[in-house]
Design a protein around this ligand. Structure first.
Ligand SMILES: Nc1ncnc2c1ncn2[C@@H]1O[C@H](COP(=O)(O)OP(=O)(O)OP(=O)(O)O)[C@@H](O)[C@H]1O
Ligand SMILES: [Mg+2]
Length: 261
């Protein structure tokens, strides 16, 4: 049983010691990683996924339940507690969606599970996040960027069913972000997002701030920011409506600020 995962600080690109020496994540935490382009967000996520042990360019170390994780976590996909959804999801697999998910369910499975219902649940989850539903006979390579992301998030959450899920930038994929967060919150896992999105950042329990390859600060979402989050959600909803109209080829009518009321 995994209760916590920890990152022990290493050094930045310039070789300086990382200012934040330790970060602990507990089961149920939703966390954002924020920072400018090139600040090392993907690298931090990769350290987690690799169970870094001072053997990556950052010198960081990862602990599970306070100790060095056993090698089978990394070597056996059925025991790996981490699912990662990368920033670039170009697919090498040309399998139909159904076979892709079935294969994955087999690889990730420790015991016999009801694969048919796993697939149904995964697709139902994914299709709540996309505008255009995903069909099981479509090939993985035919899916749009948003559909691929939605499917991989559902796959990580339901099929992999790992206690830790890492997501590198969900927002650019054109999926329903708030819906995704609501659905994910129903699962008790550790979710770590790389994000530039104020809404996702403010819905997180805390955010990890990065500069020049180092974690420089940890900001817990305080009460004031939680109030702020409601206003940000309203703004974001209004922008989503505008975006949707543009997508559908409609004209924007009425007074702009009415949408923000
Ligand atoms: N601590 C570090 N030590 C050495 N190199 C690092 C460190 N952190 C990041 N890098 C290097 O810096 C480069 C940029 O890092 P990375 O891709 O993680 O940035 P990012 O924040 O994900 O950027 P983007 O927002 O564009 O995706 C990479 O080449 C990475 O290997
Ligand atoms: Mg990145």
């Amino acid at each position: 049983m995994i209760d916590t995962i920890s990152i022990l600080g290493g050094h930045g690109r310039d070789g300086n010691r990382e200012p934040v020496e330790r970060i602990d994540f507990a089961m149920g935490d939703v966390v954002s990683i924020v920072g400018p382009t090139g600040s090392g967000k993907t690298t931090l996520i990769n350290d987690l996924e690799l169970f870094a042990d001072g053997n990556t360019p950052t010198g960081r170390r990862i602990l599970i339940n306070g100790v060095k994780p056993p090698p089978e976590y990394r070597d056996n996909p059925a025991y790996n507690p981490i699912a990662l959804i990368t920033q670039h999801t170009t697919f090498l697999s040309d399998l139909p969606v159904k076979e892709f998910l079935e294969t994955h369910a087999r690889i990730r499975s420790k015991t016999d599970r009801d694969v048919a219902s796993l697939l149904d649940n995964t697709l139902a989850f994914a299709n709540q996040l996309t505008g255009e539903p995903i069909h099981t006979d479509a090939r993985m390579t035919e899916l749009s960027g948003g559909q691929t992301r939605a499917l991989l998030i559902a796959d990580a959450t339901i099929i992999c069913d790992t206690p830790i899920v890492l997501l590198d930038e969900v927002e650019n994929a054109g999926i329903h972000r708030t819906r995704a967060l609501e659905l994910l919150r129903e699962y008790r896992k550790i979710f770590i997002f790389v994000t530039h999105d104020p809404r996702i950042a403010l819905l997180s329990d805390f955010r990890i701030v990065m500069k020049t390859g180092m974690v420089t600060d940890i900001l817990r979402t305080d009460e004031r920011e939680q109030l702020y989050a409601r206003e940000v959600s309203k703004l974001d909803d209004a922008l989503c409506i505008l975006r949707d109209k543009i997508r559908k080829g409609e004209r924007l009518t009425g007074h702009l600020l009415e949408a923000f009321a």
